[in-house]
Write a protein that binds this ligand. Structure first.
Ligand SMILES: [Zn+2]
Length: 267
């Protein structure tokens, strides 16, 4: 997971989202706002809805590879995901800044789970239990890391040596450590298939770097080299490449490889 580029739907779609949000906000009670948020989002988030077509196009521009999920960077993103769940936060159901494009395996288990920091600094799950009272969650700083605004590269390390597990950085304070742990658990970001996919991506990035070096040293022109760079940057699992760049001095084969392609540290 990486900090996402800033994109927006066009002015008409943005205005429509604000109008729809105002409709929800105008409902007199919280439970009515929750019900309306769920119903209206389901009604409008369709393949043929012009506003959501533009929303999805803008969300696609945040994704790596062939529209890969912003959380796992592996599966196709096909669900407009509310970072703060609409069941708990109807005031954000049509708010652009609350959307990312995610895959089913990430979004499904996440569902309506959420947590915030309480006044004593501990992380408290505010997920509404089935049949529980429909009341607003307590307020507090979100536990979930939000790649629209938080930089995950400052919070996680990826083990390239052996396991390909995503880990909280060692030097985090207690709050960020709790956020990193909660996010890894909520999105199940170390599921077996992801470890295997990151390992494969590492090999693919390495192979592309070899190809680039071979072509460059053979006298390839700028256009051809640029195409190779764009191809590398269009791959899934950009977190793997970012970690290869960041920790190249800690991994002997990467020290050698980037030593011969120093320009790749800036890609
Ligand atoms: Zn995913």
């Amino acid at each position: 997971m990486l900090l996402l580029p800033t994109t927006m739907p066009d002015a008409a779609a943005s205005a429509r989202l604000r109008t729809w949000q105002a409709e929800i906000d105008a409902k007199p009670t919280y439970s009515e706002r929750v019900d309306a948020a769920k119903a209206k989002f389901k009604q409008r988030n369709t393949r043929t809805n012009a506003t959501f077509q533009k929303v999805k196009a803008a969300l696609t521009a945040m994704c790596s590879g062939a529209r890969r999920c912003v959380y796992c960077e592996d599966s196709v993103a096909d669900e407009v995901e509310h970072i703060a769940p609409k069941d708990l936060y109807p005031e954000f159901v049509f708010v652009w800044d609350n959307y990312v494009y995610a895959c089913g395996p990430c979004n499904g288990p996440k569902n309506n789970r959420y947590a915030v920091f309480g006044s004593n600094g501990s992380l408290i799950e505010v997920t509404r239990r089935s049949g529980g009272p429909v009341v607003p969650p307590i307020s507090g700083r979100p536990g979930l890391i939000n790649p629209r605004i938080d930089n995950p590269a400052l919070l996680f390390d990826l083990d390239l040596i052996d396991t390909f597990v995503l880990l909280p950085k060692e030097n985090l304070d207690a709050t960020n450590r709790a956020r990193a742990d909660f996010t890894l658990d909520l999105l199940d970001l170390n599921r077996d298939v992801l470890l295997e996919a990151r390992r494969t991506a590492y090999g693919s990035y390495r192979a592309r770097l070899f190809e680039y070096r071979h072509k460059r040293d053979g006298g390839a022109g700028a256009v051809e080299l640029d195409t190779l760079i764009k191809g590398l940057k269009a791959m899934p699992h950009p977190t793997v490449f970012a970690e290869m760049q960041r920790s190249h001095l800690d991994v002997p084969e990467l020290t050698v490889l980037f030593g011969t392609i120093p320009e790749a540290l800036q890609w």
